[in-house]
Write a protein that binds this ligand. Structure first.
Ligand code: K1U
Ligand code: ZN
Length: 173
């Protein structure tokens, strides 16, 4: 397994829609392993392939964030929301591609998602709580959307400028 580099906003690859996976093969299984390792190492509760510069519709997540909880890693290939609740919930979201910036985002409280597993079989599950927030945040990444796109333009610009400064400082270091 290999730790992959996480792209930092602004980066054009984070604003592009990813391509559906045509074949679940060993390369894809390696990518999923690397993404899980990268997510746990960050640490984070989710990661989408475009964040590691792979423009394929793959995401990983594990929202069991208590230290003594049993890990529950999930790999979702070509995920699609097939149902969403009318009830909304607000969560203060973060993003590994926008480090140390957090903002409240309102989303459906529950969603049902269909995807392909690493065995190539179709799965369908209903998510609630943090899992629902996370899976929607990750599917947004696959559609080239970031959580800051839900914010007012001024707040979004402020965060983008902070990230540009961070990237300049990292490049100089
Ligand atoms: O997609 C990403 O950038 C990962 C992101 C997922 C996410 C967080 C919060 C709401 C929705 C989606 C993160 O994992 S940010 C880091 C984080 O939330 C976290 C890190 C360590 C422990 C617990 C949470
Ligand atoms: Zn993110």
């Amino acid at each position: 397994m290999t730790l992959r580099n996480i792209l930092i906003h602004p980066d054009p690859r984070l604003n592009k829609s990813a391509t559906p996976v045509a074949l679940v093969d060993d390369d894809l299984r390696r990518l999923a392993d690397d993404m899980l390792e990268t997510m746990y190492h960050a640490p984070g509760i989710g990661l989408a392939a475009p964040q590691v510069a792979v423009m394929s519709r793959v995401l990983v997540m594990d929202c069991e964030k208590e230290e003594d909880a049993t890990p529950d890693p999930m790999v979702l290939i070509n995920p699609a929301v097939v149902w969403e609740s009318e009830e909304r919930s607000v969560y203060e979201e973060g993003c590994l591609s926008i480090p140390e910036q957090y903002a409240e985002v309102e989303r459906p409280a529950e969603v049902e998602v269909e995807w392909l597993g690493l065995d190539g079989k179709t799965r369908r599950e209903r998510f609630d709580g943090l899992w629902a927030t996370c899976v929607q945040h990750e599917i947004d990444h696959l559609d080239g959307k970031l959580f800051i796109d839900y914010l007012k333009p001024l707040k979004r610009q402020m965060i983008t400028r902070k990230m540009q400064k961070l990237k300049r400082e990292k490049a100089r270091a």
